[in-house]
Ligand binder design. Structure first.
Ligand SMILES: [Zn+2]
Length: 250
């Protein structure tokens, strides 16, 4: 189940909409599909013969009739897909297989590194975390500038590791669009921009998607696990602090 969920997350990253792909399927999807096939064969159930049939099955609430899926990160009633889009539950299940969690581990490595070096790196850790919260998408050159900041200099390697090229699935008419609420890259399903954070007020709101004025080759974005586990909670925390401060002023 975890491989299948992971495969769906990767497939969504590779394509604009699930099911419209001419690309090779991600390896996790193959593994998940094969394992599911073996389970279904054992139970005498019909195996989904095509990707659309598999995606239809993934729209059904868990557990699927006749299948014993074993213990996992799923709960009864969870769906892997809703309207061909990976659900929060799917992402959580996928983490048991994969790299979103590994990406999140980067923060732990940074923290361990700073602790080992002593209290003088405490401001570096804080600056690193704030940087990730505030800059989910930036230009190569801006990352380079950041590596020269005195506070970030001891964490240069981690900083470079935190970012990746913007994936092609985020391009529309050759441009990258970001969500004006959370700063994350949006992908497009039909005319709807989808923000990576399904609770974001900008999700599916075309007015919230703003084009970035730079070519995609010059842009980097935070790795998805970091966006999910550092930026999203960080933005909520900053909003909370802002509210407290505004109340204190009054
Ligand atoms: Zn957003």
């Amino acid at each position: 189940m975890a491989h299948l969920a992971r495969g769906l997350v990767e497939l969504e990253r590779m394509t604009h909409a699930l099911g419209t792909t001419g690309l090779p399927y991600p390896p996790s999807l193959h593994i998940g599909w094969n394992r599911l096939g073996r389970l279904m064969l054992r139970r005498g159930l019909p195996i989904p013969p095509s990707l659309p049939a598999l995606l239809d099955l993934c729209e059904q609430p868990l557990p699927w009739p006749g299948l014993e899926l074993g213990e996992g990160a799923w709960l009864p009633g969870d769906r892997l897909l809703a309207n061909r889009r990976v659900t929060e539950a799917c992402i959580e299940i996928a983490q048991t297989a994969g790299d979103l969690e590994q990406e999140e581990q980067l923060m732990k490595r940074v923290l361990d590194h700073c602790r080992l070096r002593g209290p003088e790196l405490q401001p570096s850790y804080e600056r690193f975390r704030t940087f990730l919260i505030e800059r989910p998408v930036l230009r190569n050159i801006e990352l380079l500038d950041a590596t020269r900041e005195p506070e970030l200099r001891p964490l240069v390697d981690f900083l470079k590791e935190a970012y990746e090229s913007v994936p092609p699935s985020c391009l529309r008419d050759g441009k990258v669009y970001v969500c004006k609420h959370c700063g994350w890259t949006v992908t497009w399903h039909g005319g709807e921009p989808l923000c990576g954070w399904q609770q974001c007020p900008g999700d599916r709101d075309p007015r919230s998607a703003v084009p970035v004025a730079h070519p995609s080759e010059q842009l980097l974005r935070l790795r998805e696990g970091l966006y999910r586990y550092v930026t999203v909670p960080g933005l909520a925390e900053q909003e909370f602090l802002r509210q407290i401060k505004s109340r204190q002023v009054v």
